[in-house]
Write a protein that binds this ligand. Structure first.
Ligand code: G
Ligand code: G
Ligand code: MN
Length: 312
C-alpha cells in the first residue's frame, strides 16, 4: 500500500492536506477502489501478440541473470502505441523493457525491475533502453513513419545512480540525429515523491537538455497534486485503474474529468492509459482528453510488429 492509500484507509480524506475542494471530493470517491491491487489481469484483446514467459507467481530474476541478459543483448524494448483519441492514429510509442528468456519469450518487468534497481543493473538497462528506442525512432522516421516521440520509463533510483545520464542522452540523440524533445521520460507519481538530491539534479539536467518529462500512473497517489505546478512536467499519464471505472462509476468519471481539466488548464498533455473499450474513448473525448494508450488497440509489441500501428 502506498502512503497515500494507508492515509486514506486510516483517516479518511478529512485529515489530508488542504487542496482544491473539488479534488477532495474526487479523492473521496476513489476510496472504494484504492485498496484494490493496481495491476489486475486484463481482458485479452484480439491483437494480443505478447505472451509472457512463466506465470504471475514466478520469482524475480537474479542480478547475475540480469547481467547475463544484458551481455547477450536480451534486454529489449517492446513498444506500446499512444494514439490520438479522435483519429486513432499513433502519435508516439512507449518503450517497455522485456528480458527475453532462452526460449525467446519475454519476461514481464515486475519480475526484474526491482532487482535491477537494487543491484544497479538499472543503469546499463536504462541506457540500453534509451539507445534502442532512439535507434528505432530514427529508423521509423527514415522510412517515412510519422511519429512525434518515444516515451521511456525511468526510476528515482536510476536517476540517483546514473549521474551522467544527461550527457549520455545528449550523445545518443546526436548519434541518431534526434532532438531532446523527441524523448519523453516518465516517472511515476511515487517515484517523484521519493526522488533525492542526486536524482533531482540528474532530472534537472535532462530537463535543461530539453527532454519532455511525464508523470506516470497519475491519480492513485494524490498527495502529489500540489506539486504539479512546481515541477516542470509536460505530460500527465492517468493510471489504468481510474480509466477502467470510467464508464460505469459516475464518481470515477467525475474524477477523470477533473484530472483532465486540471492538467489541460496547466498546459500539459494528458494521456489516458489502460483504455480497453470504445466507450472509454468516447468518455475521454467528451472530457477533452487528446491522447490514449491501451489494449483497445494492441498490447505492447516487439519492434518488428509495430509497423502496422504507425502512420506513413
Ligand atoms: O507493460 P508493463 O507490464 O510492461 O510495464 C510494467 C511497468 O514496468 C511499467 O509501468 C514501468 O513502470 C516498468 N518498466 C517497464 N520498462 C521499464 C524501464 O525500461 N525502466 C523502468 N525503470 N521501469 C520500466
Ligand atoms: O509505465 P507504466 O506502468 O505506465 O506502463 C504501462 C503499463 O500499463 C504496462 O504494464 C502496460 O501493459 C499497461 N497497460 C497499458 N494499457 C493497458 C490496458 O489497456 N489495460 C491494462 N490492464 N493495462 C494496460
Ligand atoms: Mn509508463
Amino acid at each position: 500500500m502506498s502512503t497515500y492509500q494507508t492515509a486514506l484507509s486510516q483517516f479518511g480524506t478529512e485529515h489530508l492536506p488542504p487542496v482544491l475542494p473539488e479534488f477532495r471530493k474526487a479523492a473521496a470517491s476513489m476510496l472504494p477502489f484504492t485498496r484494490r491491487p493496481a495491476k489486475q489481469p486484463a481482458a485479452r484483446s484480439m491483437n494480443d501478440s505478447e505472451t509472457f514467459a512463466g506465470s504471475a507467481e514466478d520469482t524475480s530474476l537474479t542480478a547475475s541473470e540480469l547481467w547475463r541478459a544484458l551481455k547477450d543483448e536480451r534486454i529489449v524494448p517492446h513498444y506500446h502505441p499512444q494514439f490520438n483519441l479522435a483519429s486513432g492514429s499513433t502519435v508516439a510509442v512507449e518503450a517497455l523493457a522485456r528480458v527475453i528468456d532462452e526460449e525467446g519469450k519475454p519476461i514481464r518487468p515486475d519480475r526484474f525491475i526491482s532487482e535491477a534497481e537494487s543491484s544497479g543493473v538499472i543503469v546499463p538497462l536504462g541506457r540500453t533502453m534509451i539507445r534502442q528506442a532512439c535507434r528505432a525512432l530514427a529508423s521509423w522516421r527514415s522510412s517515412g513513419r510519422n511519429l512525434e516521440r518515444v516515451a521511456l520509463n525511468l526510476s528515482s533510483r536510476q536517476l540517483a545512480l546514473d549521474t551522467t545520464l544527461a550527457p549520455f542522452v545528449r550523445r545518443t540523440i546526436a548519434e541518431f540525429g534526434l532532438s531532446a524533445a523527441d524523448l519523453e521520460l516518465e516517472l511515476t507519481e511515487s517515484q517523484f515523491l521519493e526522488i533525492g538530491c542526486l536524482g533531482l539534479d540528474t532530472l534537472r539536467e535532462l530537463k535543461e537538455l530539453g527532454t519532455r518529462i511525464a508523470i506516470d500512473d497519475f491519480g492513485v497517489n494524490y498527495a502529489f497534486i500540489s506539486e504539479l505546478g512546481s515541477l516542470d512536467i509536460d505530460t500527465v499519464k492517468l493510471h489504468p485503474s481510474i480509466i477502467r471505472r470510467l464508464a460505469h462509476e459516475p464518481k470515477a468519471a467525475d474524477l477523470v474529468r477533473f484530472l483532465i481539466a486540471l492538467s489541460l488548464d496547466m498546459g500539459m498533455h494528458v494521456v489516458a492509459v489502460g483504455i480497453e473499450t470504445d466507450l472509454q474513448i468516447k468518455y475521454l473525448q467528451k472530457f477533452g482528453c487528446h491522447y490514449g494508450q491501451g489494449y483497445v488497440h494492441t498490447r505492447p509489441v516487439p519492434k518488428a510488429e509495430i509497423h502496422r500501428f504507425l502512420q506513413s
